[in-house]
Design a protein around this ligand. Structure first.
Ligand code: ATP
Length: 517
């Protein structure tokens, strides 16, 4: 058996990101949309392995939300909604991003992202100083004391606080001239041209619109939904009544959302058509902070249950709150492009239900039998991008290993529960009845697991192909199998091989797929 003795360090994150993108295409995970026509910017298709992985992420989320919570139910609402929905929700007025162009490179940026990246660079300098000090002082290092007393670190922290205070104030007041001034004063340059030759900052609405109705009828402008949440809010009463739901209760949904993103250059991190997995939790007003904390810890537990190290996640509390929120945090993930938002947890107050009540004229309240009174429920929302979750999973799983014999393998250490293929069934040779026996094994397992039968190429090559798509088990059928009904079971990460009876395979795979959250 080969043992791994060296994990190849990635040259840099940009290179790693490029490798993940190339790997995703080469192994049927993700393709550029309409590729034969040179593609459509920021739109992607999921291939044969990608759609399996995506479905498994959905199932993992749905199970943890709907199946594991007696008071959470799921719905599937339409993408098209009445246009007034978006007036009530504030999206027509306020779903904007501030954009700015660089006159030399002609590249367009989100002004808030330019400033946030600038602050992140300062923060990175502090992180580097902390690491240096940790190495210097060893076990006696007290990080808190260092951060609170080191002059350089303190100065940078103050700088970040000042930039952030001014920026979010200007953004909140829609003072676009000051945002431009701040970008100039900070000396932020265009990463492409290196110049500071910026246009004015403008607000840009992110919703896609289209027309509903035939040409002869009076056409009505409608929107492709920019979030799935509103489909839940407008169905609040339907679900509460027909499901006889008692507060607190939740409604979950997985579905497509569309945003005409200004900057969409980060593969599936920021797409114009993407999928969200959202859950709105309806609660008694005044209990929101308690539930906000509850969902923060429930959601981070869900992520960590996949076995990804805790250091890859962090919370980022919002300083600038959206128009609907009274508390908000992001769960950020350490992507190859840095720590970025993976999931949002928002305390949305009664903003949405009250607004829909006002615009529709329909009462959207809850009669609380304990209090003997009616109220508009408050809402805690958990909202995660399915595609971002996909990117987090595949980028953490991707690994290039040099083995003991000097050969290389690319392997996806995917959590088994999410792997597109759970087991590959491989007859050692294409003769002597081995394919027929392998097919028998396939017929036993295929009812419980997504399996792949492969007989082409040498067995080593077939193992590598399965490693590259993250298949946790390879099952090899050889001449001995014909005699005693045993097979070789090879485990992906350790590459350890054991001889086991066919009747035991099912339990071994099932055991590997167990997960608790
Ligand atoms: P960002 O600040 O990155 O634009 P956001 O704060 O606008 O994200 P939300 O409106 O809170 O995002 O949406 C919830 C989740 O939906 C995000 O945490 C993210 O995972 C996902 N998401 C949002 N926009 C996109 C997009 N353009 N492409 C892919 N996923 C997205």
């Amino acid at each position: 058996m080969l043992r791994i003795f060296y994990f190849c360090a990635m040259a840099n994150n940009e290179e790693l990101f490029k490798k993940i993108i190339a790997h995703s295409k080469e192994y049927g995970f993700i393709f550029q949309s309409s590729e034969i026509y040179d593609g459509l910017s920021a739109v992607y298709d999921y291939g044969q392995n990608g759609s399996e992985l995506k479905n498994n992420i959905k199932a993992y989320w749905w199970k943890s939300m709907v199946q594991m919570h007696e008071n959470i139910v799921g719905i599937d609402s339409a993408i098209f909604m009445h246009p007034t929905v978006w007036k009530a929700s504030g999206h027509i007025g306020a779903f904007n991003d501030p954009l700015i162009d660089n006159k030399d490179s002609k590249k367009r940026y989100r002004a808030d992202v330019l400033v946030e990246d600038f602050m992140a660079k300062i923060e990175a300098k502090n992180a580097a100083d902390i690491e240096k000090a940790r190495k210097r002082f060893g076990d006696t290092f007290d990080e808190q004391q260092f951060v609170e007393t080191n002059a350089r670190v303190l100065e940078r922290k103050n700088q970040i606080a000042e930039i952030s205070k001014r920026f979010y104030k200007s953004l909140g007041e829609n003072d676009l001239a000051d945002i431009k001034l701040q970008i100039e004063e900070l000396g932020i340059v265009c990463p492409v041209s290196g110049s500071k030759n910026w246009t004015e900052v403008r607000q840009f609405n992110l919703m896609f619109s289209t027309q509903i109705g035939s040409v002869s009828e009076e056409a009505n402008e409608i929107y492709l939904r920019p979030e799935t949440a509103q489909g839940i809010f407008v169905n609040y009463l339907n679900v509460q009544k027909t499901g006889r739901m008692k507060i607190p209760f939740g409604i979950a949904q997985i579905g497509k959302a569309f945003r005409n993103e200004i900057v969409a250059r980060q593969f599936i991190f920021r797409m114009r058509e993407f999928e969200q997995m959202e859950m709105q939790y309806f609660i008694k007003p005044g209990t929101e902070m308690e539930w906000f904390e509850y969902w923060k810890s429930a959601r981070i537990k869900w992520h960590k249950a996949l076995g990804i190290p805790a250091t890859k996640y962090r919370f980022h509390d919002h300083e600038k709150l959206a128009h609907y929120a009274n508390a908000a945090t992001d769960i950020e993930f350490d992507f190859p492009i840095g720590f970025k938002e993976l999931e949002g947890i928002h305390s949305r107050t009664d903003f949405d239900l009250s607004a829909h009540q006002e615009y529709s004229g329909k009462k959207l309240q809850y009669f609380d039998p304990e209090l003997n009174t009616s109220y508009v429920p408050y809402v805690i929302e958990t909202s995660i991008g399915l595609d971002r979750m996909f990117l987090a999973i595949i980028s953490h799983a991707f690994d290039e290993e040099t083995l003991e014999d000097g050969s290389q393998r690319v392997v996806l250490h995917l959590p088994a529960i999410l792997a597109p293929v759970k087991a590959a069934i491989l007859p050692l040779m294409k003769k002597d009845g081995l394919p027929e026996k392998a097919q028998e094994v396939m017929d036993i397992l295929k009812y419980d697991f997504n399996c792949q039968y492969e007989e082409k190429d040498a067995i080593g090559k077939r193992y590598r192909r399965q490693d590259a798509i993250g298949t946790p088990f390879c099952i090899t059928i050889d001449h001995q199998t014909l005699e005693d009904n045993t097979v070789t079971l090879r485990e992906r990460d350790s590459m350890a091989q054991v001889r086991i009876e066919i009747s035991k395979i099912n339990d071994i795979i099932k055991d590997k797929l167990k997960i608790e959250f």
